[in-house]
Design a protein around this ligand. Structure first.
Ligand code: SF4
Ligand code: SF4
Length: 667
């Protein structure tokens, strides 16, 4: 006997099945059409770039769940079981359709292996679903929510998979084909039926129940969380590609126009909560959740741009929901420190750091819900070119008494432009970094100069605060100055200036001299490797290093500062519990340096608690904002007699015995 498939065995009224299937497919089609229409609008607002190089990593992320494994083995295993189980059954169903309607190939040995393969996929899916439910209900993982659809979705899919096995078991019990054991799960379950007659009688009931549950699932699929299966691969493919600069147009109040990439992020999010677990603001108990920001933005995007909500009978509901969201406001967007910890852990690269920027841009454009101190900072940036003092030309004060060429003047030349940055040149504590660094450069024989009091703001603060127009002005002013003076080699004190000049300036200005930008830790590390920076005096100290977010996570610079620390004889580096790419943010980024909002926690104190646990005598960092935040927290958090805070440049200058820049009494 030739083993083969028996479609519609024991079932009457196949026409009814086709009718229901057509309805389910129509719902599926409608859901997909809505999503694609939305994404197409985003594509018009900001087309996404494409690259072949991004394809390989994206496929590895999707098919092997690379990023999911990073967050835990059980999560990785569960996702692989669900993905491969579901994918296998989907492809199997397509093969059955081809066999039934186009080319018959499912017979003989092919059919037997096909049956065994489908059994394995079904089993994988069932085990994955059980694990998913256990992680929510039996051994709950704190970051996972228990919303109704978080339970309904796995239960429904479980009903589909188990229903399929029971239908198969009833058929095998009724017909007892000699090859039945190849369908090993159904074969095992066939014993549950008292006899062939009972199985034959039950079969149509089981078949129709399975058909209804399965078709219902197909209809629900694009409206459920499973829609991430389409958006997440696209989001992963687009991540890491150059960011398109998006024109900001506040629309209907809150959310600025979104590009394709943003819209894909919104649909890719699986609500896994890893971003919440990693977010320093959420962890500190501030009223902010990156996951919720993304989901409110998703709802707003749908309400505003979905073609379905333009239907006359949905307009009233749309308006009511928009009003509700507007009343809730977006003030929580100001809690974000833009530390990128969420993106580091997000398995689909959807985390809301970019969305927060868009939200802030919308709020600033309207002038609403912007904390007053931030308005003051923006005002200073507009009028005086820095966020600190109402005084133009304050930027050169730190260099008084030093013979540093001012490269903004004609006739002055140097190999490197030292871009000091607003905070380093104006804040009295951070000025120590500029002085120490200029001493170290001079000691190493580096030919460098600054732009003196003409140094413009690089645009980072305006960018982080959502002031797109001002940011563009500042970027243009900086680039004009650099081009006019033929300056192409820059070394920055602040990781924030470094990040903005390196990544954002080229997006806005296609023309101009090609820039080579370094953070000073990279420059000093290079000098040390070239033998131009040597440490001859032992420094018996136990130190820990606080990685600035814009150095580590945003630019992957973690080894250079540690290399320098390791080069100082006698210095012992002890790491904090969270360091490198996982370092906890001190709370100085994202404009938080300049404002306080209700419920705001002192994130720097939390960071220093981790530092205190290492027993280090000194906390070293490499960013003026981190330095100020940590220095403040040392005083307010009661760490004054435990350790000192110092910038890496100051430590290097001290190790070279160039300066006593370190706060002596703090050590
Ligand atoms: S943004 Fe990413 S990390 Fe956060 S809930 Fe969504 S998928 Fe998870
Ligand atoms: S960038 Fe940092 S502060 Fe902002 S949402 Fe992500 S983890 Fe939270």
């Amino acid at each position: 006997m030739n083993p083969l498939r028996m479609p519609f065995w024991g079932v009457d009224a196949a026409w009814l099945f086709y009718l229901l299937a057509a309805l389910a497919m129509a719902c599926l089609g409608l859901g997909l059409w809505e999503k694609i229409s939305l994404w197409r609008q985003g594509r018009r607002a900001a087309p996404a770039p494409s690259s072949k190089q991004a394809l390989g990593p994206a496929l590895a992320d999707v098919l092997l769940g690379r990023r999911i494994w990073r967050g835990g083995r059980i999560a990785g295993l569960m996702h692989l079981m669900l993905l491969w189980g579901f994918l296998g059954l989907f492809l199997g169903t397509c093969a059955v359709a081809v066999d039934h309607y186009l080319i018959s190939f499912l017979h003989g040995r092919v059919y037997l292996w096909f049956s065994a393969g489908l059994e394995a996929c079904g089993l994988l899916l069932v085990l994955g679903l059980m694990l998913a439910l256990a992680r929510r209900w039996l051994l709950p993982v704190a970051r996972l929510e228990r919303r109704p659809d978080d339970t309904l979705l796995p239960l429904w899919l479980l009903a589909v998979a188990c229903g399929g096995f029971m239908v198969e078991a009833a058929r095998l019990a009724a017909t007892a084909p000699p090859w039945g054991a190849w369908s090993f799960v159904g074969y095992g379950l066939a014993g549950l039926f008292p006899g062939p007659e009972a199985a034959r009688e039950l079969f149509p009931w089981l078949w129709w129940s399975h058909a209804l549950v399965s078709l219902g699932f197909i209809a629900w699929l694009p409206w459920s969380k499973l829609a991430h299966a389409i958006a997440a691969p696209a989001s992963l493919y687009l991540q890491g590609q150059p960011l398109a600069v998006l024109a900001v147009a506040a629309e209907e109040g809150d959310l600025a126009a979104l590009g394709l990439r943003h819209l894909l992020h919104l649909d890719a999010c699986t609500r896994c909560g890893r971003c919440v677990e990693a977010c320093p603001s959420a962890r500190a108990g501030e009223p902010f959740s990156p996951r919720d920001v993304l989901h409110r933005a998703r709802r707003q995007a749908r309400l505003k741009y979905s073609p379905l909500y333009r239907l006359p009978w949905l307009r009233g509901r749309r308006q009511a929901l928009l009003e509700r969201d507007r009343a809730a406001g977006w003030e929580d967007a100001w809690y974000c420190t833009t530390c990128r910890a969420c993106l580091e852990v997000c398995p689909v690269q959807a985390a809301p750091i970019e969305m927060v920027r868009k939200l802030r841009a919308g709020l600033v454009e309207q002038g609403s819900a912007v904390p007053p101190p931030l308005m003051d900072t923006l005002e200073k940036l507009h009028r005086y070119g820095n966020p600190w003092v109402a005084k133009k030309g304050a930027k050169a004060a730190w260099a008084a008494g030093r013979d540093i060429p001012d490269l903004s003047r004609s006739g002055q030349e140097a190999d490197w432009l030292y871009f000091v940055g607003c905070t380093t040149s104006i804040d009295t504590r951070a000025q120590g970094i500029a002085r120490a660094l200029s001493d170290v450069f001079t000691h190493c024989g580096v030919s460098f100069g600054t732009l003196g009091k003409k140094e413009p703001c690089c645009g980072d603060i305006a960018r982080r605060l959502g002031e797109q127009g001002l940011m563009e002005e500042q970027i243009e002013a900086t680039r004009d100055l650099l081009n006019g003076r033929g300056l192409t080699r820059l070394v920055c004190t602040s990781p924030h200036c470094f990040d903005t000049i390196k990544k954002v300036h080229p997006l806005f200005l296609e023309e101009g001299l090609p820039l080579r930008v370094l953070h000073y830790s990279q420059m000093l590390h290079r000098l040390w490797r070239q033998g131009r920076l040597t440490f001859d005096h032992p420094m018996p100290l136990k130190v820990t290093f606080h990685d600035p977010c814009f150095l580590a996570r945003h630019n992957r610079i973690v080894d250079e500062p540690r290399g320098l620390l390791g080069a100082i004889p006698g210095l012992e580096l002890v790491e904090m519990a969270e360091h490198g790419l996982n370092a906890l943010c001190c709370g100085g980024g994202g404009g938080r340096m300049w404002h306080e909002i209700p419920g705001q926690a002192n994130l720097a104190v939390r960071r220093l608690e981790q530092a205190a646990a290492t027993g280090a005598e000194l906390v070293v960092t490499a960013c003026p904002l981190c330095l100020i935040m940590l220095e403040d927290a040392r005083k307010t958090g009661g760490f004054e007699d435990k350790f000192g805070i110092i910038d890496l440049s100051e430590l290097v200058a001290r190790a070279l015995r160039l300066t006593a820049a370190m706060d002596e009494e703090a050590v």
